[in-house]
Design a binder for this molecule. Structure first.
Ligand code: FAD
Length: 296
């Protein structure tokens, strides 16, 4: 199923994001997680991609395994910054050959630990060029998702800039978007309003990161520029060395965040699972009665 078609029908979307594990044990655990989350009947699941192409085969193999061994619709993330156009076409052709119809088209980041790193000659500089390439080479075979940033991408000087270049990705052929994690819903509402005013009419699905490890989330949030509310920081700091307490507070926060988003009519919820099911299952259980009907 093409995710864009489902969203255009107004079906509320629930989705889960995974990363490709490095070991066999990690893969076994991931599939245990997938089996548990599959019971929630997600609209789709997605598998991330290492920006430098580092997970090229692993992402592809996990995507194929989910596609062939489960009933889930799976979307492959693909970053363009480290590939030539020919390589991107090969990767996409391979996905098409195995029946994958959904791609999250991303730029990726320049590797932080390699100051001399340069993109290959003729590589796509921005995600928009990857969207254009997919449409040019594959027409409508793929439904294309793109990233969006309610608080602005760290490289964007302001939100007007953010919306301007987001709109270019939509005009190039993106069908829907998933946001960077955020913890303050008002930033999401403001961003969606700005997008509407700019004429952007695709679904912008909020990305939800349940906090289960404070240190890790602090690092992620500072890297991507997501604001953690001071009141939540203070609560978490008090229990920083009690993992179960941190998790409890994080889950409770995410439940309230999701309930508020549902009340405001969001098109869906995308959970960053970090390959674990526990927090997502608890959040889902608490919000399930408020989730709009999901059949077509
Ligand atoms: P772009 O849309 O190209 O934007 C990047 C920056 O360039 C923005 O500031 C934008 O405003 C600016 N810009 C765009 N066009 C122009 C232009 N013409 N001139 C000047 N500036 C311009 N990373 C991974 O490595 N693997 C993943 O699997 C992955 N999954 C993600 C999933 C989601 C839902 C999100 C939100 C992010 C994900 N990322 C992933 C991170 C992403 O790769 C980084 O945030 C990256 O820095 C930007 O990617 P993008 O596709 O948003 O880039």
């Amino acid at each position: 199923m093409k995710i864009g078609d489902i969203l255009r029908k107004g079906v509320f979307s629930i989705s889960f994001e995974f990363f490709p594990p490095k070991t066999e044990e990690g893969e076994r655990q991931l599939f245990e997680t997938i089996r548990k989350l599959e019971k929630l009947n997600p609209t789709f699941v997605s598998v991330t991609y290492g920006a430098g192409g580092s997970t090229r085969d692993r992402t592809r193999n996990i995507v194929q395994k989910i596609h062939e061994e489960t009933n889930l619709t799976v979307m492959a993330h693909l970053t363009c910054i480290a590939h030539t156009r020919e390589e991107l076409i090969d990767i996409l052709q391979d996905y098409k050959n195995i029946g994958i119809e959904n791609i999250l088209a991303l730029r990726g980041d320049v590797p932080r630990d390699k100051p001399d790193w340069r993109p290959p000659k003729g590589a796509c500089k921005y995600a928009k060029e990857l969207v254009e390439l997919i449409r040019k080479e594959f027409g409508d075979w793929f439904s294309i998702g793109v990233a969006s940033y309610p608080e602005g991408h760290p490289e964007s000087p302001n939100l007007e800039w953010e919306v301007k270049y987001f709109k270019e990705k939509v005009e190039a052929g993106a069908d829907f978007s998933i946001t960077q994690m955020f913890f303050v819903n008002d930033y999401y509402y403001r961003f969606v309003e700005m997008c509407k005013n700019a004429g952007i009419d695709i679904s912008i699905i909020p990305g939800i990161m349940p906090i289960t490890n404070f240190k890790q989330i602090r690092k992620f949030a500072s890297l991507c520029g997501a604001t953690i509310p001071q009141s939540l920081i203070e609560k978490l700091e008090k229990v920083e060395d009690k993992p179960e307490e941190v998790k409890k507070i994080g889950i409770e926060f995410a439940i309230n965040q999701c309930l508020d988003l549902i009340e405001h009519g969001v098109p869906g919820l995308h959970f960053y699972t970090l390959n674990k099911s526990d927090a997502t299952l608890k959040i889902y259980e608490a919000i399930k009665d408020k989730i709009p009907a999901r059949s077509t």
